[in-house]
Design a protein around this ligand. Structure first.
Ligand code: ZN
Length: 319
């Protein structure tokens, strides 16, 4: 038995056949024609499915999961990725289901990319064996997903866990989402680079002004660069503390490009959590790096498919 998995983002459309232990037994990939119309985009998805369905393991396909850049509407089966303009309320689930080689009776499970990352970390990564977790992707944006009571908690439309767009600054800057003072506006890689630049930091000649470059400078002792990470960590900590206080968590997992900064991010993050997560039950919840950077979207799509509906979930491999 294998799970079919699709991971659709602004740069690539990846697909895989995933066995019950989480191993990728076949894979296919196409660049995302991100500026093309809807049908050209679907053509790339179909090409990935064509290639996967030519693999012998396709004969034992049991379920299919789709991880897609958000927003998604899992109830309607549609996607409207911010960075893929050609798809607005695009009926991706129905179109994948209608692929000529899709076995009858399979209805693909759709999840947003951060929820997929959460499902992957819960199945095989840093949240394995834990019943209550917040998993976050901190990169150009800030996304998240929740595991509550041992199960992925997606909400009615699949958007639960949107920690990037809760407000941690009551009178803060307007956010593109329509809100104000959102975590994302303070803690994304884009925000970190912008804050460092505004405070006078400049990247080394020939280097782009990215959060990774700010992290390099912070490690080298640059106080302005350190302050930019400290502010991002403060915003993340406030959002995480609110989440812990609201639902009680066993662990918080942080992945994405900004988390690659390691202790430059995690040290101030843990320190600020000490200031915001103060009630007894909310104190000392571990905050750890994600483990599945590579293929988290595909593994998460497979995990989400496995958790959807009445069939049994995959068993975790022995550690
Ligand atoms: Zn927002």
């Amino acid at each position: 038995m294998v799970y079919g998995a699709l991971d659709i983002g602004g740069t690539k459309i990846a697909g895989a056949l995933v066995d019950p232990e989480g191993r990728l037994v076949a894979r296919a990939q196409r660049p995302t024609p991100a500026h093309e119309p809807a049908e050209a985009l679907m053509g790339a998805v179909t090409a990935v499915l064509d290639e996967l369905s030519a693999h012998p393991a396709w004969a034992s396909l049991d379920r299919v999961g789709i991880a897609c850049a958000g927003p998604v509407d899992t109830a309607a089966g549609t996607v409207s990725p911010v960075n893929i303009a050609g798809w607005r309320a695009f009926p991706l689930v129905e179109r994948v289901r209608a692929h000529p080689r899709m076995p009858a009776g399979i209805r693909p499970a759709l999840v947003g990319d951060a929820v997929a990352m959460t499902a992957a970390e819960h199945w095989l990564g840093a949240a394995r064996g834990v019943d209550n977790a917040l998993c976050m992707v901190v990169s150009t944006g800030v996304g998240g997903g929740l595991v509550l009571g041992g199960r992925l908690h997606t909400g009615p439309s699949g958007n639960a866990g949107h920690i990037g767009h809760i407000s941690v600054d009551l009178d803060g800057e307007p956010c593109p989402c329509g809100g104000r003072g959102c975590v994302e506006g303070l803690a994304s890689g884009t925000a970190i680079a912008a804050r460092a630049l505004a405070a006078g930091w400049t990247p080394p000649p020939g280097t782009a002004a990215t959060a990774a470059a700010v992290a390099d400078a912070a490690r080298a002792g640059d106080a302005t660069a350190r302050a930019a990470y400290d502010r991002a960590a403060q915003a993340l900590a406030a959002g995480i503390a609110a989440t812990i206080t609201l639902v009680e968590l066993d662990v918080v997992v942080v992945g994405g490009g900004v988390a690659q900064a390691g202790d430059t991010l995690f040290a101030p993050l843990r320190r600020w959590l000490g200031a915001y997560a103060v009630l007894g039950f909310a104190r000392d919840v571990p905050v750890v790096p994600a483990e599945l950077a590579l293929d988290a979207g595909l593994i998460g799509a497979a995990a989400a498919a496995a958790h959807a509906g009445p069939r049994p979930v995959p068993h975790a491999p022995a550690s």
